[in-house]
Design a protein around this ligand. Structure first.
Ligand SMILES: Nc1ncnc2c1ncn2[C@@H]1O[C@H](COP(=O)(O)OP(=O)(O)OP(=O)(O)O)[C@@H](O)[C@H]1O
Length: 273
């Protein structure tokens, strides 16, 4: 496979977050900790590939969407993206003070689009989002379903080569989710590269041709859709048989593995100094 066939490449990518601990038993100098939201991920996504990202709460899926779309940058490693990418997510990308229309104009200006192109996107959003006069209201007055409709529609109308969808279908009504899925199917048939992050295993399995399973910020498995979904379903089934205390112990154990004990001064000075 040549470099021209690759849409996305991660080379040893890590994302580090700062964590403030308030528990009384934690020593003063350990109140601030750093941990890996994503750890040492290396993989490639081919052009036209439809990749599903699976993982339980806190496994790093949304962080993955942020670094994939360039909203957040990795703290270690390198991400190479060939083609314009757009992120569709519930809570990112929209300015709450601005109206829906102003959000489209702002996005167009940031991307350097012509007036004509922006008008085409506005027309497309009016048709697809079906939010009526709310387009002229500030986004802070929108319900989460409306925000998702607007965000999804803007990104669809931008027609990006790489589309990253983070849980955008989990809010709003079923008929709109169906309309989005139909549109995503068209994008897939058009050969666009799609990264689809969802809590719904059946949705991922139906729509994607490959899957990545994230666990504790690390890649547990990456490959053919049916194989990864089967292993993930088995894991979830076993996990669901655990008691509350066992689940908590497992979560705590995984979290400990993500904490960075060895503070590399250079890195931390650069990140947080
Ligand atoms: N801005 C932030 N600052 C500090 N920690 C963060 C931040 N964003 C996320 N985290 C933490 O990073 C880890 C990964 O979070 P992320 O949201 O990527 O997981 P997720 O798989 O999308 O979870 P969920 O399914 O619950 O949405 C979690 O432990 C989360 O609490």
């Amino acid at each position: 496979m040549g470099q021209q066939d690759i849409a996305i490449e991660f080379k040893n990518v890590s994302k580090i977050y700062k964590l403030k601990r308030k528990d009384k038993e934690v020593k003063k100098d350990e109140k601030t900790q750093f941990f890996y939201a994503l750890k040492d991920l290396s993989f490639q996504v081919k052009k036209g590939q439809v990749l599903g990202i699976l993982g339980t709460n806190g496994s790093g899926k949304s962080t993955m969407a942020l670094v994939l779309s360039g909203i957040a940058s990795p703290d270690e490693g390198e991400i190479i993206v060939n083609g314009e990418q757009a992120l569709v997510a519930i809570n990112t990308g929209l300015n709450k003070q601005l109206t829906g229309l102003e959000n489209i104009e702002l996005k167009g200006a940031l991307l350097g689009l012509s007036k004509k192109r922006v008008q085409e996107i506005v027309d497309g959003v009016i048709e697809f989002a079906e939010i009526g006069d709310f387009l002229y209201q500030p986004v802070k007055k929108y319900s989460s379903g409306m925000k998702s409709r607007l965000g999804f529609s803007i990104n669809l109308c931008l027609n990006p080569e790489i589309m990253i969808i983070d849980e955008a279908l989990s809010v709003g009504d079923k008929s709109f989710a169906k309309k989005c899925l139909d549109r995503m199917q068209e994008l897939k048939e058009d050969g666009k590269t799609i990264v689809f992050i969802s809590h719904s295993l059946p949705q991922v399995q139906e729509f994607c041709d490959s899957a990545m399973w994230l666990e504790g910020g690390k890649m547990r498995e990456y490959g053919d859709i049916d194989t990864v979904c089967e292993h993930y379903a088995e894991y979830i089934e076993t996990y669901n048989t655990l008691t509350k205390a066992q689940k908590k112990a497992e979560r705590d154990e995984k979290f400990k593995e993500r904490i960075i004990k060895d503070r590399k001064p250079g890195l931390f000075d650069r990140l947080f100094g």
